[in-house]
Design a protein around this ligand. Structure first.
Ligand code: ZN
Length: 325
């Protein structure tokens, strides 16, 4: 097999704040930061504890210049890992302040994406995240203005944050508005064991589910997801850290693949989870016995599920041959 690092890769579930490099954060804060400040501990107890690691990087993306530079920082890291296409997600409302509005924020990250393509040859699109603890007014305004950039740098909506505290039934308004605006969406669901959240997201019209690993406990819902071609954005290292699975060996990637679900493997947060796509590939090939032809399948699943346009998808399909060497 090729060196895992050399294989072409796609990351469809990567948070901008949780993936900023140590050097970028130190540059922004003008001080040294420790690994403990940036990365979830190996004995991380829950998703709630995991989420406390985001305050520091979010403080670094509060200006137009830093937002643009943050996307460039991420795409530079992507190039090093031979990621050819990346969907970068972030919560715009966490960067809104008196001197920074949604349009400034969207234009800054799109400029960063364009510059990242020019400098590193990595294609990307932006997914905008509504937050579960934000108000209806905040989430709808973020979506309305973001929709103006659909197809021009922004590719979809997501819903993120404390899933257990704010379940999907509270967000009917958001899913309805996304459908009305013809905005494709993915939803973080089933990361904390709630099968009902996956069900509600699928019924509401989600094209993809972030994590969703408890799906394997409900064969009827699995069949429905298979029939509807719902894609799953799995993030093994992160899911282990947030205690969505007890052991890596029990990670249900193979169950998804064997059932015929369109599953993909992603990083979630490169810095908070101290991971890369190469490390995820290493983990699943060594601990879950994922074979080379299954890596090809995962890569093709990512192309199929991506919110990229046909030109980018066709370019990515041509790179599948690099797995056959
Ligand atoms: Zn996520």
């Amino acid at each position: 097999m090729n060196n895992l690092k050399d294989l072409p890769k796609i990351d469809l579930h990567c948070h901008l704040d949780g993936s900023l490099s140590k050097s970028f954060i130190e540059h922004c804060l003008k001080r040294n930061v420790s690994a403990l400040e940036l990365t979830a501990p190996s004995d991380c107890a829950s998703l709630a504890e995991y989420l406390t690691k985001f305050d520091l990087p979010i403080s670094c993306i509060q200006t137009r210049e830093n937002l643009k530079a943050a996307v460039i920082d991420l795409l530079r890291q992507a190039r090093e890992d031979n990621i050819l296409y990346m969907e970068i997600r972030f919560a715009p409302t966490l960067s809104v302040n008196a001197s920074l509005g949604y349009k400034d924020i969207y234009e800054a990250v799109i400029e960063g994406a364009n510059e990242g393509l020019k400098s590193f040859g990595v294609y990307s699109n932006i997914i905008i995240c509504a937050m579960r603890h934000h108000t209806k007014e905040q989430n709808l305004e973020m979506l309305k203005i973001g929709r103006e950039y659909l197809g021009n740098g922004i590719c979809a909506l997501d819903l993120a944050g404390d899933e257990a505290g704010f379940p999907n039934e509270l967000f009917t308004y958001l899913f309805e508005e996304a459908r009305r605006l013809d905005m494709p969406f993915t939803v973080h669901s089933g990361e904390c064991g709630s099968i009902n959240n996956i069900k509600l997201a699928v019924e509401a019209g989600a094209k993809r589910i972030g994590h969703g690993i408890c799906l394997v406990n409900d064969p009827a819902l699995m069949r429905l997801c298979k029939e509807k071609n719902i894609g799953f954005e799995l993030c093994p290292t992160s899911n282990y850290q947030t205690k969505a699975v007890k052991t890596i060996a029990s990670y249900p990637l193979r169950n998804f693949l064997d059932f015929g679900i369109i599953a993909t493997v992603n990083t979630d947060n490169m810095t908070v989870s101290d991971t890369t796509m190469s490390k995820e590939y290493e983990l699943i090939t060594q601990k879950l016995n994922i074979a080379k032809d299954e890596l090809i399948q995962l890569y093709e699943n990512s192309i199929r599920l991506s919110f990229a346009n046909d030109d980018v998808k066709n370019m990515l399909y041509k790179t599948v041959k690099d797995y056959e060497k």
